[in-house]
Design a binder for this molecule. Structure first.
Ligand SMILES: [Fe+2]
Length: 615
């Protein structure tokens, strides 16, 4: 009899469910994709039901349900932190209480209720960092590896070093709340005017515009960083234990004024702060990685936890050569904990055999729902939408590649939706990376997001070394590498001046390379390598684009607008397409052109856009 294990993460951010059958991943998805609420933290009812449906089982047929952390220990941290700051933290404490009393402290009841009271077996709870560690190691191609997990906070742990061998992992060392590299990074995210637990990625993207002039201030005042990578945060400057903000007045004084308000102009201060905290984070990660190497003697490293989504730091770590190779799990944040906890039960608790896979076992992270051509055509016909259906894939790819080469912005919807925060070629917006205007155009008119944000390239795996200083695959877009020098443009005097302009749009628009749309201001790129076994049709699309243009690189950005979760269904995709300046939409084998569609109802679009809170 097959063993089905359902893993769940919920109630913090990025709720998700994952289902494995005999250790093989059947399905995994984040709740936000179904509810259309970004980072939805509610119990993942929809994701659970999608997982069961995909496996073709009923709740009674699940053998184990496992939750990705230990809520009682978390509650213990909350109480103890409150008591040590009381009465200062009373407001945040009282705000947190209702959810704890109503649901979080009664999780078994909530889980059984969500499973329609049809699951009567055990519910397991794994440690938060155990779940992160398991999500990386058990999916990795390594038989044996060091493990490093870094995030804001789990129960008490904020980072852990572990060791994985065969079907077991062991955590060897941990850092405890409130001392946390994730919370430190989030504090700067907050101070620079971005949303905590969401805007960290923007701060990372902003860093190359600045100079790390505050690094010493951070090292001297905010943290005491030890040689082994452990750190003590000086709580005199922070408010996250007792208040509703991340930083306080002392922090403001240290950095010359109050936090930037969101939507205010980004000044040189924010750019320099971003560069500085990025440098500090990389230093912490390097030191922790060295300690992990010393403790385990491993050649390989597995990385997970929200901080592992910092692909700039991951690139630095890879190039440091501390480890021969690194596996970073694509759902490195808390959503991935759902999968990790299920794998933990399978291997660690049930002692099932594990043979390390040749590549990884996460199947390109394409673990979400897919939709057939007939479902899509039914929807389009019902809506009376004009489209062309291509029976043959070759023809579809020829047309799509031609549109991209003609500088059309293409919505690409194919196969199973991605698990984790990045779009990897199933729910992506694609453009021509060779175009000078594409970065600004896609930021402002397609995604409605900040102009400074760079786009990522998808490159044919076999061509990655031709374009980037990268000697291995990066299928999950989690490693930043420099564009090779031969693709850089010689800048004129005027362009050099523009590169220092206070208006970031001016800097973005300088044609820095032969692939300007994916080249960041420091000549780096967040590379996704695309291979046929993992990416199938997406690989063949880029290969066709290369056949037509000679260039094996396209822009790949997530299929959504600012504040919107990545699209899940054809309906989500169609709506997103109609409400921005995208030119072409590919829904499996159906091609929709904006120019052929009837005019959209502007107020309906406005309502749609307003329904997403800006992140
Ligand atoms: Fe976490």
């Amino acid at each position: 009899m097959a063993i089905h294990i359902l893993g769940i993460s919920a109630f913090y951010h990025d709720s998700a469910a994952a289902l494995i059958k005999d250790g093989v991943i059947v399905a995994a998805a984040q709740e936000e994709r179904f509810t259309r609420i970004k980072h939805d933290h509610a119990f993942p009812v929809h994701a659970v039901s999608y997982c069961l449906q995909t496996a073709g089982i009923e709740p009674e047929q699940i053998d184990f349900v496992v939750f990705y952390d230990k809520p009682l220990l978390k509650f213990d941290r909350l109480l103890e932190t409150y008591l040590s700051y009381a009465p200062l933290g009373i407001r945040s404490f009282l705000m947190a209480m209702p959810l704890w009393l109503k649901t979080k402290l009664h999780l078994p009841r909530e889980i059984r209720k969500a499973l329609k009271n049809r699951y009567h077996k055990k519910i397991a709870f794994t440690g938060h960092h155990e779940s992160h560690a398991a999500s990386a190691f058990f999916c990795s191609p390594f038989e044996e590896a060091a493990i490093l997990t870094l995030d804001g906070v789990g129960e008490w742990e904020t980072a852990a070093i572990g060791h994985g061998r065969g079907n077991k992992i062991k955590l060897l060392k941990a850092l405890h709340f409130p001392h946390s590299v994730g919370l430190l990074y989030s504090a700067f995210t907050y101070f620079c005017g971005f949303k905590v637990n969401s805007g960290e990625y923007k701060l990372m993207g902003l860093a190359p515009y600045g100079k790390p002039k505050y690094t010493d201030v951070i090292m001297d005042h905010l943290i005491d960083l030890k040689e082994d990578g452990s750190l003590a945060v000086n709580m005199k400057y922070f408010n996250y234990c007792q208040g509703l903000t991340m930083t306080n007045g002392e922090f403001d004084r240290l950095f010359g004024g109050p936090p930037r308000k969101s939507e205010e102009n980004i000044t040189q201060r924010e750019m320099d702060l971003a560069a500085s905290i990025q440098q500090v984070t990389e230093e912490i990660m390097l030191r922790m990685a060295k300690t992990a190497k010393e403790l385990t003697g491993s050649k390989y490293l597995c990385l997970a936890g929200g901080v592992a989504l910092n692909c700039v730091a991951n690139g630095t770590l890879l190039r440091s050569g501390i480890f021969e190779d690194i596996f970073i799990t694509p759902a490195a944040g808390d959503a991935g904990g759902a999968l990790g906890s299920a794998l933990f039960v399978h291997y660690q608790l049930l002692n099932q055999n594990r043979d390390a896979p040749k590549k990884d076992s996460i199947r390109g992270s394409l673990l979400g729902p897919s939709y057939s051509n007939s479902e899509i055509r039914n929807f389009l016909d019902q809506q009376k939408v004009k489209y062309t259906h291509f029976e043959k894939e070759e023809e579809l790819l020829r047309v799509t590649a031609r549109e991209i080469a003609n500088k059309q912005v293409v919505g690409w919807f194919h196969g199973c939706m991605e698990f984790g925060p990045r779009a990897l070629g199933s729910r992506s917006i694609i453009g021509d990376a060779r175009s000078d205007e594409m970065q600004c155009q896609m930021n402002m008119r397609i995604k409605f997001r900040e102009s400074f944000r760079p786009f990522a390239p998808s490159v044919l795996a076999e061509d990655a070394g031709k374009y980037f200083d990268l000697d291995r695959e990066s299928p999950y877009m989690l490693i930043v590498a420099d564009l090779k020098k031969e693709h850089w443009n010689e800048l004129s005097e005027e362009q050099r001046k523009l590169m220092k302009h206070s208006d970031l749009r001016k800097r973005v628009n300088v044609s820095k390379s032969s692939l300007p749309a994916i080249t960041h201001v420091d000549m780096s790129a967040r590379v996704q390598t695309v291979d046929e076994p993992r990416h199938g049709r997406y690989y063949r699309l880029i290969a066709e684009f290369k056949r037509q243009t000679g260039c094996g690189v396209v822009i790949n950005t997530s299929f959504n607008i600012r504040g919107e979760p990545i699209v899940c269904t054809p309906q989500d995709a169609y709506r997103c397409f109609m409400c921005n300046d995208m030119d072409v939409l590919i829904l499996e084998n159906c091609v929709l052109r904006k120019s052929e569609q009837s005019r959209v109802d502007e107020s309906d679009c406005q309502r749609h856009m307003d329904s997403f809170e800006l992140d």
